[in-house]
Design a binder for this molecule. Structure first.
Ligand SMILES: Cc1cc2nc3c(=O)[nH]c(=O)nc-3n(C[C@H](O)[C@H](O)[C@H](O)COP(=O)(O)OP(=O)(O)OC[C@H]3O[C@@H](n4cnc5c(N)ncnc54)[C@H](O)[C@@H]3O)c2cc1C
Ligand code: SF4
Length: 344
């Protein structure tokens, strides 16, 4: 009879058949980001700065935070805080209020005039950044900290990109934005306004730049085709919000329909209310907090559906909105004055 394999081995050894106490698997320790850090688009070391904040050393907390993100007072106001959505504590009670602490630290830094650390030594390299939105400003900040000489060419009259020409003032006060932009410029970054770059290679050659970072954003709104003929003026959201930064505010009329259900639609509905519209109407519920804010200010929601057509209503002498509900049924009314596109 053939002996079973195991008992043919030398006593004291089971190496060949991997039984007994021989280890075939070994734990491997990997450094991974905690869920909040992992979810943060700015790559912040949230545990790092929260530790200092909890210890009461707010300046150390802010200095830790700005290692990654130079705009905490801005982000503390406008970030949709995916970090909190991912927070482990949501399974226990509720998420840590990361966004609020970030805002507090950002405001504290502006109030106390904390400055960013200047780079230790210059590299002698010159970098051109095209666009002074959050992307260009952050790139300029990190490049300056590496010791490079940075120049930003911005096509617009002011820095900030969509933070200034998209996000309304009531959500992001301009002194907060200006304060955080100035702190980046104080690192020695040169900002040239009204300086549109049409030919990147030409601009690099003219300025003797070693590298270029393009941060031109995406300024074109999504368009929805709603037949309107001569009946109604349809504006896109970005156009309206941009107009709020100029001397002459957009003329929207008293009754406004907002077509779209994202945060931009809510921004426009709230803006319309502030411009005197007696009813702002949006189609779908966006972020709960935004929605609640908008409703507080009196901008109602029309429910699901989409505008089918905007037409002149001769009898009534005004404009009519032919609105198609999700179930395909139609609702006609005189509500339409202007429609807005959704998120840009
Ligand atoms: C209405 C609205 C509300 C928003 N609300 C939020 C929010 O609450 N929270 C949030 O996180 N995000 C929000 N966003 C999105 C956020 O604003 C954008 O994701 C962000 O601004 C993109 O940054 P950016 O630097 O890539 O581009 P932008 O902010 O668009 O900046 C690009 C800059 O480049 C300049 N530029 C373009 N072409 C040239 C050129 N050829 N030469 C020189 N300069 C040029 C532009 O003038 C502009 O200043 C919102 C956007 C909109 C439209
Ligand atoms: S709130 Fe701050 S920490 Fe949270 S995701 Fe946004 S930028 Fe990151």
């Amino acid at each position: 009879m053939t002996k079973p394999f195991a008992i043919t081995l030398d006593p004291g050894s089971s190496l060949a058949n991997h039984t007994g106490s021989w280890r075939t698997l070994r734990p491997e320790y990997l450094d991974r980001l905690p869920p909040c850090n992992h979810a943060c688009p700015a790559g912040e070391n949230i545990q790092g700065w929260l530790f200092h904040a909890e210890s009461g050393d707010y300046e150390a907390a802010w200095r830790s935070l700005v290692q990654n993100n130079p705009l905490p007072a801005v982000m503390g106001r406008v970030c949709y805080h995916p970090c909190e959505t991912s927070c482990n504590r949501t399974h226990l009670d509720s998420a840590v209020g990361i966004n609020s602490v970030e805002r507090f630290l950002g405001d504290e830094a502006l109030k106390r005039g904390w400055k960013l650390d200047a780079p230790a030594k210059a590299t002698g390299k010159k970098v051109l950044v095209v666009g002074a939105g959050p992307s260009g400003l952050s790139a300029a900040y990190h490049l300056a900290r590496f010791g490079h000489k940075v120049t930003i060419h911005e096509a617009g009259p002011l820095a900030g990109g969509m933070m200034r020409f998209g996000i309304p003032k009531y959500r992001l006060p301009r002194d907060v934005l200006d304060g955080e932009v100035k702190r980046i410029l104080d690192l020695g970054v040169t900002l040239e306004l009204n300086r549109k770059v049409d030919d990147v290679m030409e601009s690099m050659k003219a300025g003797g730049f070693d590298a270029v970072f393009l941060a031109v954003g995406a300024h074109i709104a999504k368009r929805a085709y709603i037949p309107a003929g001569e009946a109604a003026k349809i504006l896109d959201a970005v156009q309206v919000l941009r107009g709020m930064e100029g001397e002459e505010k957009p003329l929207l009329g008293r009754r406004v329909v907002v077509y779209g259900g994202g945060n931009t639609a809510i921004d426009v509905a709230r803006t319309a209310k502030r411009l005197g519209a007696d009813r702002g109407d949006d189609r779908l519920p966006p972020h709960a907090r935004e929605d609640a804010g908008a409703r507080l200010r009196g901008a109602g929601g029309a429910g699901r559906g989409h505008p089918h057509q905007v037409a002149l209503d001769d009898q009534a002498g005004g404009r009519g909105l032919d609105h198609r509900r999700e179930d395909g049924t139609r609702r006609q009314g005189r509500a339409a004055a202007h429609g807005q596109d959704g998120d840009a």
